[in-house]
Design a protein around this ligand. Structure first.
Ligand SMILES: Cc1ncc(COP(=O)(O)O)c(C=O)c1O
Length: 398
């Protein structure tokens, strides 16, 4: 296909696309290789954003591309009315490598969270407590854009246009153990946590808070749901962030990295909770199709057996150390947060957009959160020398 130039693409977008994204960052990429992305204008950018923490294996990964081509030439979709080999095999991989007993595949993170919420409610129905329909989540959390997940999201700016919201969520401050205990009542069906809040600027929960959430859920026989849509699939240096915290959720969700760029989401549960779903209680047309689950199989195999998880852990540590060193040299940095390859750099002044723009001019892509935070979530194949390029560039810009 012959490509349009950037101005032509912008004109089409302005005329035909719903204006939900406003003015986008002025670039359009046409190809990629590793952590490099090439634009319509032929410029090469270093990608430390990975399409919002998605491209786990980087761009145009040799094996992922080859296996997807093979799958495309074979079979794309049949539906879960029939058995699907790749779906069954990816379910096995996820269960055999995590604390979960059962999996359900869908296509996005929001959908995975919706499924988790439904499962937690259905569990209470099965237990004869149908009045338990409410959830506790955190302020500044992000759980998705469907109506239930917007309600779960603890950021009023995403909720305001859609009030009243359907589901009841009580939002408490991260790491406020007393508030967490105080929020549980006889209508609560579960607690939903991001262990590291990515979208709102990389805010980690403490270990004590996560452990307390686990304890409260066990005491009350309600679901501890960990949203691993952003933190999962190796991003924190472990397969899932809950491993870092030493807790076992009843249900956990994932998406983003699982398909390496092919849309796929999933929620996993212990047998105790998964058993609440009976035939017909949940479903999807696209979820777990042969193509997306083939992508998931490659990503998981590269992570577990191909050294990618090990790289994410080592490079993640190097990224953390490098950013902490940068903070000691640059007084404009207030704080560095996160784990593995999800890191936030907070500035003392509202300069994040300007820093992000200057990095963009240097052909380096990072995320910007609000006025003060850079979000750094590179592909999991990033190397120490790539990280040096990033930290050197931030230093120059500051
Ligand atoms: C923690 C978390 N949960 C859920 C979502 C929603 O995922 P999706 O955009 O695939 O629906 C996101 C997306 O950024 C996320 O970061």
């Amino acid at each position: 296909m012959e490509h349009l130039n950037l101005d032509q693409i912008k004109a089409l977008d302005k005329k035909y696309y719903m204006n939900t994204f406003g003015d986008r960052i002025p670039v359009c990429f046409v190809s990629g290789n590793g952590i490099d992305l090439t634009s319509t204008e032929g410029d090469i950018y270093k990608d430390f954003f990975a399409g919002i923490a998605v491209s786990a294996l980087g761009h145009n990964h040799e094996r992922l591309t080859r296996e997807l081509r093979e799958q495309v030439g074979c079979l794309l979709h049949t539906s879960s009315v029939y058995y699907v080999e790749n779906q069954a095999r990816l379910a096995e991989t996820l269960v055999e490598n995590t604390c979960a007993d059962r999996v359900f595949f869908c296509s996005t993170g929001a959908e995975a969270n919706e499924g988790a919420i439904k499962l937690a409610k259905k569990y209470q129905v099965e237990k004869g407590r149908p009045e338990r329909i409410e959830f506790i989540t955190l302020k500044n959390s992000f759980h998705g854009r469907t109506l239930a997940t917007v309600a779960a999201t603890g950021q009023p700016k995403y909720q305001a246009p859609y009030l009243p919201l359907i589901e009841k969520f009580t939002h408490i401050d991260i790491n406020d153990i007393e508030a967490l205990r105080g929020a549980v009542n006889n209508k609560t069906a579960g607690i939903i946590l991001e262990l590291i809040q990515g979208e709102s600027g990389v805010h980690p929960a403490t270990r004590e808070f996560a452990e307390e959430a686990r304890r409260i859920c066990s005491e009350n026989d309600i679901a501890l749901i960990i949203d691993e849509v952003q933190t999962g699939i190796g991003r924190c240096g472990k397969l899932f962030a809950h491993e870092l915290y030493g807790i076992k959720p009843d249900i956990f969700t994932m998406a983003k990295g699982l398909g390496g760029g092919v849309p796929i989401g999933a929620f996993c549960a212990s047998d105790k909770f998964a058993a609440a779903f009976k035939p017909g209680d949940h479903g999807t047309t696209f979820g777990g199709n042969p193509l997306s689950t083939r992508a998931g199989l490659v990503v998981m195999d590269e992570l577990i057996n191909g050294g990618v998880l090990e790289n994410a852990a080592k490079a993640g540590e190097y990224l953390g150390d490098s950013l902490n060193k940068l903070m000691s040299e640059c007084p404009r940095i207030a704080e560095v947060r996160g784990a593995g390859l999800i890191r936030g750099v907070e500035f003392k002044e509202p300069i994040a957009k300007e820093v992000g723009n200057k990095l963009f001019e240097k052909k380096i892509l990072v995320g910007v959160v609000g006025d003060r935070v850079l979000r750094i979530v590179p592909p999991l194949i990033v190397t120490n020398s790539d990280i040096d390029i990033l930290t050197e560039a931030i230093k120059e810009v500051l």
